[in-house]
Design a protein around this ligand. Structure first.
Ligand code: PEP
Ligand code: MN
Length: 342
């Protein structure tokens, strides 16, 4: 349950609402809203109390209306915010009519590699350059990323090619450094439930692309997004990047396209898919990117490498610049067919 206060509500009226909730031994939370201050009831409400409490709170001075939020997450739910979240970084709008494309290598490897990648993805029409500087690798012996040097390179090419940047942050201590170098923080699938990271990223207020864990339910995913929103970041994007597959023989993960319409229905946050990690095989990436847009995704994030064979990570799922350009042409057709711009 959420009590939405009038714009003019006074502090004492807010306190009275909180007092009324707490009188029933339930926890009340002050939640920031763009139109109204909202007070959420965090505790489970006994069924016999729900109607009585709704009635009692509705008539208190300063209360605009009371909404029932049946989901465990509040701020991330469409019940809380009916209008889809849109935000702009420079001149790029996320969550709007235009389908957004983020692209670039899995890892930032060298100055030349990231320059070539930026040039290729920008000229093919991507709005955001991706590139990991901190890499969560399954093996401790695999390339771990260039760290601060990678961030520096990404920032440099972002400026040179006038393209937004996104890069993964793996630990709470690195949030401010990564945020100082890139436009969008990425929280990786493996860290979706790293609560100290979510809190630190949330407090930074920096735009964040949150990836769904490979075994996470939709509710767990949205509760992770709730951490970011609760701690102060409003510009959150949800990224479906594939769940554990039934069969690894042909694909690394299974891109859960069901999640796209489901998330759009129950949350107001923009939904992005990552077909590269979702399927894990370059040949199948364009089909899954097209399918994502057809399913209603607000954008895709695609791995592109100037020479996938020599990539230090995820070469098998990376497109060449030429393959990326070809795919972009098809994505535009799909976007147009489903009434989106691209
Ligand atoms: C990545 O984007 O390169 C990455 C590691 O993604 P995920 O967290 O989805 O595995
Ligand atoms: Mn990768």
């Amino acid at each position: 349950m959420m009590v939405l206060m009038n714009r003019e509500a006074t502090t004492s009226q807010v306190d009275a609402v909180i007092g009324r909730i707490e009188a029933h031994k339930m926890q009340a939370l002050r939640l920031p809203g763009d139109e109204h201050l909202a007070i959420g009831v965090a505790s489970a409400i006994p069924p016999d109390l729900r109607d009585v409490l709704t009635q009692a709170l509705s008539v208190l001075p300063g209360v605009d209306h009371v909404v029932q939020i049946s989901r465990p997450y509040k701020l991330a739910s469409r019940e809380f915010r009916r209008v889809s979240t849109k935000f702009s970084l420079k001149d790029v709008e996320f969550g709007g009519e235009r389908v957004i494309v983020m692209a670039g290598p899995c890892s930032v490897e060298t100055r030349d590699q990231i320059h070539e990648s930026a040039q290729a993805v920008k000229s093919a029409g991507a709005q955001v350059l991706r590139g990991g500087a901190y890499k969560p690798r399954t093996s401790p012996y695999a390339f771990q990323g260039l760290g601060p040097e990678g961030l520096q390179l990404l920032q440099e090419v972002g400026k040179e090619y006038d393209i937004l940047t996104v890069s993964e942050v793996m630990s709470p201590e690195d949030v401010s450094l990564v945020a100082a170098h890139v436009d969008i923080l990425q929280i990786g699938a493996r860290n979706m439930q790293n609560y100290s990271l979510l809190i630190a990223a949330g407090k930074s207020g920096h735009p964040t692309l949150l990836k769904r864990g490979p075994s996470a339910s939709i509710d767990e995913f949205l509760l992770a997004a709730e951490y970011l929103l609760h701690h102060g970041t409003e510009r959150v994007m949800l990224c479906e990047r594939g769940v554990h597959p039934l069969d690894r023989a042909y694909a690394r993960n299974t891109l859960d396209l069901n999640a796209v319409p489901v998330l759009k229905q129950i949350s107001h946050l923009p939904v992005i898919t990552d077909p590269s990690h979702g399927v894990g095989v370059a040949r199948y990436v364009p089909a899954m990117a097209k399918a994502s847009i057809a399913a209603g995704a607000d954008g895709v994030i695609i791995e592109v490498h100037p020479d996938p064979k020599s990539a230090l990570s995820d070469g098998a799922q990376s497109l060449t610049p030429a393959q990326f350009e070809e795919m972009m042409k098809d994505l535009r057709k799909v976007a147009q067919a489903v009434g989106r711009e691209m």
